[in-house]
Design a protein around this ligand. Sequence first.
Ligand code: SF4
Length: 693
Amino acid sequence: MEDDIRWVRTHCGRMDHGGCTLLVGVKDNKIVRVKGDPGGYLSKGYICPKGAASPDRLTHPSRLRHPYKRAGKRGEGKWQEVTWEEALREVAGNLLEIKGKYGAKAVAFGVGMPKGLEHFVLIRLANIFGSPNVIASQDVCHAPREITGIHTCGFYPVADFHYASKLAVLWGSNITSTNEEGEINSLFIEQVKNGMELIIVDPRRIDTVKKARMWLQIRPGTDNALALGFLNVIISEGLYEKGFVEEWTVGFADLAEHVKEFTPEKVSTITWVAPELIRDAARYYAKAKPAVIQWGNPIEHNIFTFDTTRALICLMAITGNLDVPGGNVEAKDPAIVGLGPFVRADLIPEKHRNMISAHHRVIPRLMTVAPAYFRKAVLEEIPYPVKGFYAMCCNPLLTYADSRQTYEALMKLDFLAVADIFMTPTAALADIVLPAATQFEFDDIGHLGIGHGYILARPKVVEPPEDCWPDMKIMNELGKRISPPELWYDDYHMFLEDVVKPAGLTYAEFVEKGYLKGPDRFKSYEKKGFRTTSGKVELALGTAEKFKLAPVPQYNGPPEAEDPDYPLLLTSAKSRFFLHSSYRWLEKLRKLRPHPLVEMNPATAQKFGVVEGDEVIIETKYGRITQIAHLTEGIDPRVLCAAHGWWFPEGRPETQYDWEKSNFNMLTSTVKIGREYGTPNLKGLPCRISRKT
Ligand code: SF4
């Protein structure tokens, strides 16, 4: 009976950055319906296939429901069910033993994409325990954009879709598919309906190309060259905002001199984009006011991410699109707790000096350790040994570049604990596996710390099953056992109260409101200057010498050298049906995308004797996998686009669910990494294919 259904308003989460307001129907502690809420702050009724399938996460028969302790050899797939008390004792005992032998920094704490408040509770746990080492894939997601922004203009310039833009440049951002960066698709679509024009920079003909004025089909891995070409056109044709450049930037003359050589003709030979298209797009971007660049994380997928993000911020600045409504802005947070106090940064003042990555001279202000450096510490004890790993909301065996090396590192650890909702390939290698509650089963706050200036309420809808605990509760209880108990709470709900307290709200009152948004304030620099050493946007970095950074954005060739044995170029894309390596086990989503698909042009397929649906071997000089061929005209004949994050939950735990078979990161390597962020090459890899016989 419809009347028996209790409806709860909450926000979608954990299937991307989240943000769509949902109405969730509940009966007898079971979710029976889910739909988009037309009154939703960002989404206005939108719900995607992942959101519609999201309740199925809770009821999957193979979901982890109890803590387990490894019974056989590591990775053998033999487990013994234990109580929470036994599990926590085991985790605490091992972490403390490692701390006693090697020091707290020999324990690392791993996390995936920020999904909710537990992300910051994990950092708090590491800080209070005394370890500076939180391992995250920020080397390839978010940190380059954010930290380069802080160095260049004093903030992280996010796309502002709350105000009308004349033009959006989607630079490596398939926003209608992936909901990248928490910017909700519906806000963007609303703007397109209202006449916002589009320029797409993407190697694939993504859906938004249909609506776009121009499509720059870029050669994967050459974004820095294309951005330098834009700068060349805008500066040489005098299309920049002279008033802003004179008053609010430093280093314009250096930048102008540097980009002279990057003519559209030269850049065309590098990027494969026609010179006239480069000219037209650069002119259009410079003249449309305001114009916004929605930059996706593919620009962070090669060793030159620092140069690419620098060049794009220079573009935003010289065209007068920085911190103006409808441009790229510094989103102001509402009156909520600061991240530093929340994670108890005060307890670990020497963190930056002691992080594994400090040894590798990464860019200052980077808060997490890149996976490549973490593995080096485990495998080679450089700069010191790491022996223990507590991992939550992540699946490193699939998501870190060079999966084989990740496997070796995980196997070498003295102790590995994994908290998750499902037995993943990484969890299958653990000593202790902890069953986490998932969204709808606990009170949470979304979008904290993502840089978009708002937070969203995600109240609990149903009780978690059996022994499943929210990650926040797990860490609150573990924290009491591995660090001074007085630094933790009787009830983990206090973390939620802490966040909204400065707004004068309880968590329950916050839930009533649904969201909190910071004030719309633009051009703050007019009062206080930019928060850089010079007080201006640093087109040439004033700190370049001190931090051994390039003063102006560079182009130093493609990320990987051409190789006649590997005549194609490999890129990858996220699927609209999954989140990274998650949710292959949800039947509804798996029906929509049963296999990992490698996209190729029909001309490429013909050349290599492949037809639609063939299983093909994809090889780079680092490894080989198989995926299923999908032919499309929307990709250059010289490029392959493989699916990312694939493993097979229907497989066996003792083979870690066939983690090697179709896993994109079997094809990647960390032999070459960008020094600033520890970023490896994930795009533009020379590769070849053959039909599997
Ligand atoms: S777009 Fe993202 S937030 Fe919205 S319903 Fe889909 S998964 Fe959820």
